[in-house]
Design a protein around this ligand. Structure first.
Ligand SMILES: NC(=O)c1ccc[n+]([C@@H]2O[C@H](COP(=O)([O-])OP(=O)(O)OC[C@H]3O[C@@H](n4cnc5c(N)ncnc54)[C@H](O)[C@@H]3O)[C@@H](O)[C@H]2O)c1
Length: 336
């Protein structure tokens, strides 16, 4: 049994709390939010026995084995640091931190302390994405030549009014590329199994002119293998499209389209066996939660330990830098 404490009782935490209550191996023992009113309502709704208004209090609660951190991005770094110091494992929402520098420090602190930190890039647990990544990584598609993903999502003004931190660069660290697109970038980088080396990118605001972050981003990344990957990430589509990935190998092409319970994945050019992700639920968020539980309780590997999440963060940072400098830039290398 994993006794989990939730930090940040906002939008995504609501989904996770509902899914956690369906997992017999997880018990929600406490939650914490700086808003007393909505935090207490969240605790009542999800039948969580203890509410705290201050992070330090949940850190010291011995009925909490591990924390799920779902706060605004700028709080991930100090909260992760404090959790590691307190000896509590963490399942952190993506991105691990706003910047690669902070992320590298967290990975080092967690390694030195022997504390498990996982990052919820749940597309790795999506049945279609997992099968695509395994096919690419196993060599079943031949040499991976290039890939691209399209995240054409829709956010209304309430995205910024309900969570004003989304609009502030200092708090979010970025807009659609970091917050939405990095899910698919993480997936493509994982599938290609080759470090990002150089990037070009452009970002802009096409709809939400009053916010500080981009609502449209496009980037191209060259990998060490020679493959190119491209991302188009937007939150301004008039009609939202499911996330899509195309991955081109020398022997097969993979086409993926997101669907909640039955993701579409097709291979062209060759029959490729579709591997199944760990876990039984059809919902990737639920599988990711179960993956974290099994990692903490049974020491079975989780697909996104903190270090695994850094390549996407490095690539996002390089695209932002390229957009600022209007030039191709090197992606910061992660020392193995
Ligand atoms: N994996 C996914 O699919 C997914 C989807 C949405 C959001 N997210 C991620 O989840 C995180 C939260 O996003 P959200 O959309 O739920 O945001 P949100 O604004 O809805 O919720 C954030 C919550 O944190 C609380 N909070 C703020 N400061 C706090 C503090 N000092 N101590 C405790 N609580 C505090 C807020 O009161 C709020 O309830 C982000 O990292 C975001 O990128 C992930």
């Amino acid at each position: 049994m994993l006794r989990l404490g939730i930090v940040g009782c906002g939008s995504i935490a609501g989904y996770i709390a509902s899914l956690a209550r369906l997992n017999r191996g997880v018990r929600l023992t406490a939650c914490c939010d700086r808003s007393e009113e909505s935090g207490r309502a969240f605790a009542r709704k999800h039948k969580i026995p203890t509410f705290y208004g201050a992070y330090e209090e949940i850190l010291n609660d011995s009925s909490v084995d591990a924390l799920y951190i779902a706060t605004p991005h700028h709080l991930h770094y100090p909260m992760l640091k404090a959790a590691i110091q307190a000896g509590k494992p963490v399942w952190c929402e993506k991105p691990i931190t706003r910047t690669l520098e902070e992320g590298l420090e967290i990975v080092k602190l967690a390694n030195d302390a022997g504390i498990k930190v996982g990052v919820n890039y749940q597309y790795r647990y999506d049945a279609g994405c997992y099968a695509l990544a395994m096919a690419a990584r196993s060599g079943a598609m031949g040499e991976i030549l290039y890939g691209r993903c399209n995240v054409a999502w829709k956010r209304g003004p309430d995205y910024f009014t309900n969570s004003p931190w989304h609009a502030r660069l200092e708090q979010s660290g970025g807009g659609t590329l970091l917050t939405q697109g990095s899910h698919l970038l993480d997936l493509l980088l994982w599938a290609c199994a080759s470090p990002p080396r150089a990037a070009t990118g452009m970002i802009t605001r096409r709809k939400f002119h009053e916010v500080e972050v981009e609502d449209l981003a496009q980037g191209t990344i060259a990998l060490e293998s020679g493959a190119f990957i491209q991302i188009s990430s937007a939150m301004i589509a008039a009609t939202e499209r499911p996330a899509e990935i195309e991955l081109y190998g020398s022997e097969a092409t993979a086409l993926y389209g997101e669907q909640l319970l039955r993701p579409r994945l097709r291979f062209l050019g060759k029959h490729v066996r579709q591997a199944r992700p760990p876990g039984k639920s059809p919902v990737s968020l639920s599988r990711s939660l179960e993956g974290f539980r099994a990692w903490i309780v049974e020491d079975r590997p989780y697909l996104i330990p903190a270090r695994e999440s850094l390549a996407a963060l490095a690539a996002v940072e390089a695209i932002y830098q390229s957009a600022r400098e209007k030039a191709q830039v090197a992606v910061q290398q992660l020392i193995e």
